[in-house]
Design a protein around this ligand. Structure first.
Ligand SMILES: C[S@@+](CC[C@H](N)C(=O)[O-])C[C@H]1O[C@@H](n2cnc3c(N)ncnc32)[C@H](O)[C@@H]1O
Length: 377
């Protein structure tokens, strides 16, 4: 049985013999990983006529999308100098209507049109507090000028500071705020949202309560706005710190009456879509920006909740610390568009980042700026 590295070696040396061997292997090997590598190695060879006939003859019946991606990749590279490959690539993309092919096309076109170009961006140097609705106030911030967004939006009508007429109204407002966030965030950077389901009180004993899966709905909002899903981290709290929901079941032990205690909140990690890899975002920083050696190895973060007499839903500082450590660099501009008491800004300053905070409640704004550290816009 031939190995991946043997196939790679066949691809590295360009010769009639190797091309023939690779074409022969393609016919007899069924394993998708090997087939994919064979196609990639065929693409490295130089006899374009044979390669073109091979791809056009096999791409629509090769059975695996992973193999199609390799054939399309060859069309992209060879299409730079060959109209025939360029047309074949277009036909393949039109035939499959596949999101990975679209992304490959986007990356490739971007790379070709941006060789050597660097975009000028505004760099804020002082903490900024924006008083008012973030949809409006973020207009004062330049586009592409923020390197990280971390926030916890209102959980519908769960707390005193929000009163939406309907869940639909709430989602529409959140969509507007996310759009404003998208504009200011640098391409390829992270937006991280802390949300979890909430339950509305029963309007009477004869009615059911409603449970809103806010984190699921945020997924659609984020995707529609132009971010894509990267990770979900679970913030896990001690069970003693959350509301007890076991009571009913404990009394009867009847199936269907079970309600677990909710000890987790979601930390949704998304990236602003960009036609380049994260490496390009990292490339602007030298090695002295690297973190220390300690890190959280899993997506379950055990952190006790925090409380604050002035605000009913504050971030624990440890949560902010971890987000800033893993998703931003020293000196970055970091935004919390729903800042509340401003915990994120406080930790950001401690960690030598430049916070931009938005808050519409005047009392909370005064609280944030008690130490007068913020420029207010
Ligand atoms: C969940 S709290 C954030 C708490 C914050 N993480 C902290 O550590 O204190 C959400 C905050 O968003 C504010 N808010 C809601 N809608 C807003 C909007 N459109 N623009 C600015 N602030 C808003 C509320 O007043 C509330 O203080």
């Amino acid at each position: 049985m031939i190995t991946i590295s043997e196939i790679k070696n066949l691809g590295l040396i360009r010769s009639k013999d190797n091309l023939e061997k690779l074409l022969g292997l393609y016919e007899v090997i069924a394993d998708v990983e090997l087939k994919r590598e064979i196609v990639s190695s065929i693409g490295r060879q130089t006899d374009d006529k044979i390669i073109f006939d091979f791809i056009s003859g096999n791409v629509y019946n090769c059975g695996f999308m992973d193999v199609v991606y390799q054939m399309y990749r060859t069309c992209l590279y060879k299409g730079r100098t060959s109209a025939a490959f360029e047309t074949l690539g277009k036909e393949i993309r039109a035939h499959f209507k596949n999101e990975v092919l679209d992304k490959m096309h986007e990356y490739f076109s971007y790379k070709r049109s941006h060789v050597g170009k660097r975009r000028q961006v505004i760099k804020y140097c002082e903490p900024i507090l924006l008083r008012g609705n973030n949809v409006e106030t973020l207009k004062k911030i330049a586009e592409n000028s923020v390197q990280l967004i971390f926030t916890s939006p209102p959980y519908y009508n769960a707390k005193i500071y929000s009163n939406y007429h309907s869940y639909q109204d709430y989602l529409e407002d959140m969509a507007q705020s996310l759009k404003a966030c998208h504009r200011v965030l640098e391409d390829g950077r992270f937006i991280i949202v802390n949300v979890s389901p909430v339950i509305s009180k029963r309007p009477g004993r004869e009615f059911e309560s409603t449970r809103y899966p806010i984190h699921f709905d945020f997924h659609s909002l984020l995707i529609r706005t132009g971010f894509y899903f990267v990770d979900e981290i679970q913030w896990i709290k001690p069970e003693s710190s959350v509301k007890n929901r076991n009571g009913g079941y404990q009394q009867t032990h009847m199936p269907l009456s079970y309600k677990p205690n909710c000890i987790n909140e979601s930390i949704l990690v998304y990236r602003k879509s960009a036609p380049f890899l994260l490496d390009k975002n990292i490339a602007g920083y030298d090695k002295s920006f690297a973190n220390d050696e300690k890190f959280e190895s899993s997506n379950c973060w055990y952190i006790a909740p925090a409380s604050n007499k002035n605000h009913p839903a504050v971030f624990p500082k440890e949560l902010c610390r971890r987000i800033l450590k893993y998703y931003s660099f020293r000196g970055d501009v970091v935004l919390d568009p729903f800042a509340g008491s401003g915990t994120f800004g406080e930790v950001a300053i401690e960690m030598e980042r430049i916070p931009v905070l938005c808050e519409q409640n005047e009392t909370y704004c005064d609280l944030i700026n008690e130490g007068k550290r913020y420029v207010q816009l």
